[in-house]
Design a protein. Structure first.
Length: 318
């Protein structure tokens, strides 16, 4: 582990929000707990909360974060998270906010437990989802459990957000938490993963994060920019049989890279795994006018590479 010249804020975890275009469920008098594995260590933490695709303001009566070693033998916190010194946090529709810094000691490989209490009814239209419980886990508890550091059994993601039940492989989902950053004195690199379901569902990001913690703890973090069903060249295919008509497949990859992985952050390395859905969805959904050819796919990929390099990232096609 290499010490830097001065402490700096680095993202320890990030998952892109997905717009489903329909109500997945309603949170009321409910605490959402998100348990992530921190790849970085430091003494301060802050969050980026988002409300990009909801149709109403998001009111959080209480937000806390605590840190725990994997065996739950040591627990730091919970500490309250504020915005401009206020514990009650409001995020306007279509916006995001960055919280104040919270003093909390965390080490690489420790769990960070973020608790968000929704007292007022909130209709959830978007979520951060995964088929794995290794990148992050969730629990949903009735009442205000934000100051309770324990993660006790509660509702599952599919019980709290029944609109997700069409995909029976989903086991983890949450709304509102976009990025967790740590103020660290360690010199660390940022890896961005950009792609479709293979990326979003943690099919290889889990293994990468576990390898980082085993070989170079505290020296690298991973940001997940995947959207299941995403295409490189075209926006979400029209699919009436899916929730929201298929809107969950997201904007074309060539148009969303900056928004989803370069919002105030610049990955040192960017892995791109896009384009397979362009080759299959036009058949599955009968979209002959959106049939790609090799030249158009390569031009789209070239655009991503050029944009990332201009930002300062080293690009790896995976």
């Amino acid at each position: 582990m290499v010490r830097g010249k001065s402490a700096q804020w680095r993202p320890a975890w990030q998952y892109v929000p997905v717009d489903f275009g329909t109500v997945l469920g309603t949170f009321e008098n409910l605490t959402q707990k998100v348990i992530i594995k921190s790849l970085l260590g430091g003494e301060q933490v802050k969050l980026r909360l988002e409300n990009f695709y909801q149709k109403q303001e998001m009111h959080l009566e209480s937000v806390t974060v605590c840190a725990s070693d994997p065996k739950r033998e040591i627990m730091n916190g919970p500490v309250s998270v504020t915005v401009n010194g206020e514990r009650r946090i409001c995020v306007s529709a279509g916006k995001s906010v960055e919280t104040d810094a919270a003093f909390l000691r965390v080490y690489p490989g420790w769990d960070l437990i973020v608790s968000m209490y929704f007292r007022e009814p909130f209709s959830v239209n978007s979520a951060h989802c995964s088929r794995s419980q290794r990148t992050f886990r969730t629990a949903f508890l009735n009442g205000d459990r934000s100051m309770d550091p324990e993660v006790k059994p509660g509702k599952t993601a599919l019980e709290a957000l029944p609109g997700l039940r069409l995909d029976t492989n989903l086991c983890v989902a949450q709304t509102g938490l976009w990025t967790v950053s740590v103020r660290t004195e360690d010199s660390s690199a940022i890896v961005g993963l950009f792609g479709d379901s293979i990326t979003q569902m943690s099919d290889y990001s889990d293994a990468l994060q576990e390898l980082i913690l085993e070989e170079i703890p505290g020296e690298m973090s991973v940001l997940n920019g995947g959207i299941s069903g995403n295409r490189l060249l075209f926006d979400a295919a029209s699919a009436p049989e899916l929730p929201g008509g298929g809107k969950m497949y997201g904007d074309a990859g060539k148009n969303r890279l900056i928004r989803d992985l370069y919002a105030g952050i610049c990955p040192d390395f960017l892995f791109i795994l896009e384009g397979i859905n362009d080759c299959t969805q036009w058949i599955g959904f009968g979209l002959s006018e959106e049939r790609p050819d090799g030249e158009s796919l390569w031009k789209g990929m070239e655009g991503l590479i050029r944009t990332a390099r201009q930002k300062g990232s080293k690009v790896i096609l995976s």
